[in-house]
Write a protein that binds this ligand. Structure first.
Ligand SMILES: [Zn+2]
Length: 242
């Protein structure tokens, strides 16, 4: 029963993966062709960012769209291809679901999530796929207030805490953000939030300077990489790195 349903999406993935492989086979990304030849969003980075800000304003005001989304129709429109307008690097935290915070629908956000919104090789590859293959003009790194992963990194730094299994390894990339926040003079009760902000800034900077496939479209004005912090109490997303 499941197999016939899986086949079309597997074909779709491999079709797109082939496009990826053809680009990679040249030995480097052909920078003049920084996106795939297929359809991509018509939004610019500036428009994509404005759309997210408007979506968060609507979320804050509890405003629902005038016409409820027709998920069945939209699902069929998107079944063969996608043209997301933003790549979002967010935390796995159940209170921070990007589509809800930004009032986004099916096919609009290409999301990479892990606890602490860090970027390892797998995440970086996913981000590049969203930009270079799917043509998203905007990357948003979204951290949030009272992040448990950042709090764990604070505990490692302040109390030599040890976490079981792979958790310690997962939070390692966050530790430099905690150290920077601490060396910047953050008081005990401010350290977690300063580390959250620093973790967002560091991830944005890393992406901005990561690889030619992301650097070149920024230079050409086709891509923006920004950072934002979500406030759990009031629901507002502040774009702290633009
Ligand atoms: Zn978190």
């Amino acid at each position: 029963m499941n197999a016939p349903l899986l086949r079309p999406s597997r074909r779709g993935f491999f079709h797109q993966a082939c496009a990826c492989g053809a680009l990679a086979a040249t030995g480097a990304w052909p920078l003049s062709a920084w996106t795939a030849e297929g359809a991509r969003t018509t939004l610019t980075a500036h428009q994509a960012l404005a759309r997210l800000k408007q979506g968060n304003d609507d979320f804050l005001a509890n405003r629902l769209p005038p016409d409820p989304p027709d998920h069945a129709r939209r699902r069929l429109e998107l079944a063969r291809s996608q043209t997301p307008f933003a790549v979002l690097v967010g935390c796995s935290d159940s209170r921070v679901p990007p589509e809800l915070l930004f009032g986004a629908g099916l096919g609009e956000l290409f999301i990479v999530r892990n606890a602490g919104n860090t970027v390892d090789t797998v995440a970086l590859g996913s981000i590049q796929y969203g930009v270079n293959v799917l043509g998203a003009p905007l990357i948003v790194v979204l951290g949030h207030e009272r992040c448990g992963a950042v709090d764990a990194a604070v505990s490692v730094v302040q109390k030599n805490a040890v976490y079981p299994g792979s958790i310690g390894q997962m939070i390692e990339p966050i530790i430099p953000a905690v150290l920077k926040a601490r060396s910047g003079g953050a008081k005990e009760d401010e350290l977690l939030d300063q580390a959250v902000r620093e973790n967002i800034r560091r991830t944005v900077m890393r992406l901005r300077e990561s690889e030619p496939s992301l650097i070149e479209p920024q230079r050409a004005g086709h891509l923006r990489i920004v950072g934002a912090r979500y406030d759990l109490d009031d629901g507002k997303v502040d774009f702290i790195v633009e």
